[in-house]
Design a protein. Structure first.
Length: 437
């Protein structure tokens, strides 16, 4: 997928962030109607078995007993008591999930979850993830980044290169790499061995410009003078690695192999499972940890890849409530927290969305309802903030108080809004997801 041109062009008005971002972290808990919320950054979505079990224990002991994955491959704990921050931090430090108190909110790194597993892509970018994380935590200046600033490290297949990241590094053939700023359609080559240095230099330049100008910004795209102005073509490899048969979706990576099995070829494969709206209980997490072969990779599509996990673990994972089959309306379907967790919401959007998605699955075969894997992502929102919505083009389902308004949103979209009741929503959403113009 080619990158979408950055929405902030040179000369355009850009926001001046007059306050610090309020992004939650593991140490900065966010008050919500269902209790405090903590967000634990997991660079590259990487978790060991020990870490996964520690998160399950913490959710059970301190929160509502569930864990929530995010669109950046991080994990959130909800329903926390406001006074549990010290105990949570101690639990996280004990398993290596809090390597830096000062930098914990800036460790926002997404990467291709199948890198090094299926024979596609041009590099195993996990080494880049670990180096970038270590150097971020060791750089005093990096603590000044916003908790929303995002790094994307793509192995060349183009999955996370399509994200709205501030700095994107894309692996190319023969050890080459491309650096892209914002969502610009241009990039520049990076010398071999200097990949992570180039990423850090871009982030530091962003902070330097802010300091010298006295401006405040959360994202690099809000500083248009840093974006490429000339028609520098993106090399052909960017976002176009030979990934035949691999389709990353909302938690499930479909391949030409058995359902939910990562194509392995000459290397160890694994399994991929999805979670409804990214949420899973502590018992489900323990089942996930028991199925993996040492490492869990949380995906930005609110699922998990288990490298090396045997296919015979699929039935147990399905019985535990994970999605293990492709072609479901639940693929690439997301929703904000909604009621009762968020006071700004006009509806219990997750309950309403779940009924609509289940109705779509029962109403007919996927060709009748429209295969979500081949159609647009869909996101339910309880208010106009649309928290957690996908990048690019997507179906916007917004609670109105009397029902929902369904619109095709994003670049190049000009679809008319349709107001529907809960009973009409499944059909309206399925029709919108089939939109091609």
């Amino acid at each position: 997928m080619p990158p979408t041109p950055d929405a902030t062009a040179p000369g355009a008005a850009v926001p001046d962030r007059g306050r610090a971002d309020a992004c939650p972290g593991a140490l900065r808990l966010h008050p919500a109607d269902d209790g405090a919320l903590a967000r634990v950054r997991l660079p590259g979505g990487l978790l060991t078995v020990r870490q996964a079990l520690a998160l399950a224990d913490a959710a059970e002991a301190l929160g509502d007993g569930e864990l929530e994955t995010t669109s950046r491959g991080n994990v959130q704990l909800r329903g926390l008591a406001s006074h549990c921050g010290a105990e949570l931090a101690e639990r996280l430090r004990a398993v290596g999930l809090l390597p830096s108190d000062t930098h914990e909110r800036v460790r926002n790194i997404v990467t291709s979850p199948l890198a090094g597993l299926d024979g596609h892509g041009f590099a195993d970018v996990q080494a880049w993830v670990r180096e970038l994380d270590a150097r971020l935590c060791a750089s005093d200046w990096a603590a000044g980044l916003s908790g929303k600033f995002l790094f994307a490290l793509d192995d060349g297949r183009g999955d996370v290169a399509a994200f709205d990241a501030d700095v994107t590094l894309i692996a190319g053939p023969d050890g080459s790499a491309l650096l892209r700023l914002g969502r610009a359609a241009h990039g520049r080559p990076v010398p071999a061995g200097q990949e992570v240095t180039a990423v850090l230099d871009a982030a530091r330049t962003f902070l330097d410009v802010l300091r010298e100008s006295g401006r405040k910004a959360w994202h690099l795209r809000e500083v248009p003078e840093l974006l490429p102005a000339g028609p520098v073509p993106v090399p052909a490899f960017a976002g176009a690695a030979p990934a035949v048969g691999v389709v990353p979706t909302a938690g499930v990576v479909r391949t030409v192999g058995p359902l939910a099995t990562v194509a392995g070829g000459a290397v160890a494969g694994g399994l991929s499972v999805g979670m409804r709206f990214g949420r899973a209980g502590a018992a489900q997490w323990r089942e996930l940890a028991g199925a993996c072969a040492g490492e869990i990779r949380l995906t930005p599509w609110r699922g998990a890849v288990l490298p090396g996990a045997p296919a015979d673990r699929l039935p147990a994972l399905a019985a535990a409530g994970f999605r293990t089959a492709p072609g479901s309306p639940w693929e690439r379907a997301t929703a904000c927290t909604g009621l009762p967790g968020c006071a700004n919401s006009r509806a219990d959007v997750r309950a309403d969305a779940a009924r609509a998605l289940d109705a779509a699955a029962v109403a007919g075969s996927p060709p009748v309802m429209g295969l979500p894997a081949a159609g647009l992502p869909v996101h339910w929102s309880g208010c106009e903030r649309r928290c957690g919505h996908p990048a690019g083009r997507w179906v916007d389902v917004l609670a109105t108080g009397q029902g929902y308004r369904v619109t095709v949103n994003g670049p190049a979209s000009a679809g008319a809004a349709v107001d529907v009741t809960n009973e009409e929503m499944a059909e309206a959403v399925a029709e919108a997801r089939r939109t091609t113009k």
